[in-house]
Design a protein around this ligand. Structure first.
Ligand code: 5GP
Length: 159
């Protein structure tokens, strides 16, 4: 049995377009907040459907020697006051342990002008595994994913 899952740009494009059309009706975001690097390409594809601005933060869960680390490192941040009272769709490529999403949602939810009601998440892939936090315990009002996948390493076309 293959120990990795492979996706083409075409697969990713189809997932993003289909889900962006759903999210446009179900969540109706005002802005996309892409998590770099993996969320950048999905966010850009989704923008073609959603037609809303993209903001970016960049996080890393691996150290300089490529070993996984416990708490994400901030590579680049942004001024969250720009997101005041906006409906924010956070976009990343994969929900693995959920540490990255938990980290960013907590940082966003710490701002008075960013309410739980205005926070939504989209990931291309949600891995079937134990997560550090349940979706219901995150300060968000919307969560959607492209596909639920086995707990295997996913190889993206940009990897
Ligand atoms: P987390 O464990 O915080 O949910 O995921 C952290 C980050 O690890 C993801 O944003 C992604 O960059 C990377 N990651 C986790 N699993 C995979 C995978 O299967 N394939 C790839 N390419 N990256 C992954």
């Amino acid at each position: 049995m293959e120990d990795k899952l492979y996706y083409s740009y075409n697969d990713i494009h189809n997932i993003c377009v289909e889900k962006a059309n759903t999210i446009k009706k179900e969540f109706v975001p005002d802005v996309i907040l892409a998590i770099g690097g993996g969320g950048l390409i999905p966010a850009r594809i989704m923008r073609s459907v959603l037609d809303i601005p993209i903001y970016v933060v960049s996080l890393s869960t691996y150290d300089e020697t490529n070993n996984p680390i416990n708490e994400p490192i901030i590579v680049q941040w942004m001024d969250f006051s720009k997101l005041r009272n906006k409906k924010i769709l956070v976009v990343d490529e994969v929900d693995d342990t959920r540490k990255t999403i938990e980290f960013l949602v907590n940082k966003l939810a710490n701002n008075e002008e960013i309410s739980e009601e205005n926070l939504g998440i989209f990931v291309l892939h949600n891995k079937k595994k134990d997560k550090v936090i349940g979706i219901n315990n995150l300060s968000i009002s919307y969560y959607n994913y492209g596909e639920m996948v086995e707990n295997k390493w996913i190889v993206y076309p940009w990897d």
